[in-house]
Write a protein that binds this ligand. Structure first.
Ligand code: SAH
Length: 270
């Protein structure tokens, strides 16, 4: 992440004076065409990110490298992605660190995979659709490169039918019926392991909680995260009129170990 000049082959976000943003892959001969004229990629190559250049007409464009959130919101997608506000929350709910062994299902376009891999996890993804799996792998290689791609494997696999992995640290789910995975997760996670599920509907969260309550998982919680932007200009200081008011609910729980005497683990307060 150290300071290095912009090179051919990498992506930049071009931002105009109105804040409009365009994701562009730099090439030696490339040109960015806008309504306000042309920016030659050679104007950017060799410069530090943060550089401002002028298009033919004089309009200014500033180039920065895209953040993970910038990329997730603009990358090619086959399925609805999890929004950055929820990706951040999932990383801490699942307590993901370098080397953490994670099973992710379904993989979709790979937004959550990108966040997990960026945090250093080793990720096995189960995905029903081979075209989605291929898209996710391409997005990961594209944005995170070979090192992260080497920690990522996606299988065409119905997670409702079972989990082949054992001794996993974490399982993260974004699919319609996460309660169907609870029994399999009990066998695949190590004691102390964490399951996190993202569900757009609270009815899904409630059904998952029922399955968790009847399982060896404890410490269950369900939360939602609201992000409200603010408009700040001079004396006009107020929340934005519009916000993304709903994305999904996050439910997490921990797998307990065996209890002496073979009894079921005591119920812990959530
Ligand atoms: N979290 C992803 C989006 C996942 S969309 C992202 O951030 O990009 C939900 C995905 O779950 C879809 O791709 C769907 O094909 C997959 N899916 C649904 N049921 C599944 C199952 N039983 N096993 C594996 N994948 C499943």
């Amino acid at each position: 992440m150290s300071r290095r000049p912009l090179e051919a082959g990498e992506r930049v976000l071009l931002v105009d004076s109105k804040g409009r943003q365009y994701l562009v892959t730099l090439t030696e001969t490339g040109r960015f065409h806008s309504h306000a004229g042309i920016v030659e990629h050679t104007q950017l190559l060799g410069q530090d990110e943060g550089v401002t250049v002028r298009a033919g007409t004089g309009a200014r464009y500033t180039a920065v490298r895209p953040t993970l959130a910038d990329f997730v919101l603009r990358m090619p997608r086959e399925a609805q992605v999890i929004y950055p506000k929820d990706l951040g929350a999932i990383l801490l709910l699942a307590d993901v660190a370098p080397g953490t062994r994670v099973l992710e299902a379904g993989v979709g376009s790979g937004a959550l995979s990108l966040a997990l891999l960026r945090a250093g996890a080793e990720v096995v993804g189960y995905e029903l659709r081979p075209d989605f799996a291929a898209r996710a792998v391409a997005n990961v290689s594209d944005f995170l490169g070979d090192e992260a791609a080497g920690r990522y494997r996606v299988e065409q696999h119905d997670v409702y039918g079972g989990i082949d992995e054992v001794d996993l640290d974490r399982i993260v789910l974004d699919l319609p019926e996460p309660w169907q995975v609870v029994k399999h997760a009990e066998g695949a996670l190590r004691p102390g392991g964490i399951l996190v599920a993202y569900t757009p509907s609270i009815l899904q969260a409630a059904q998952l909680r029922e399955a968790l309550a009847a399982s060896d998982f404890e410490l269950a919680q369900t939360v939602e995260h609201l992000t409200r932007g603010w408009y700040l200009e001079g004396q006009a200081v107020r929340p934005d009129h519009r916000m993304v008011a709903h994305t999904g609910f996050l439910t997490s729980a921990r797998l307990l170990g065996p209890v002496p005497g073979g009894l079921k683990a005591p119920r812990l307060p959530s």
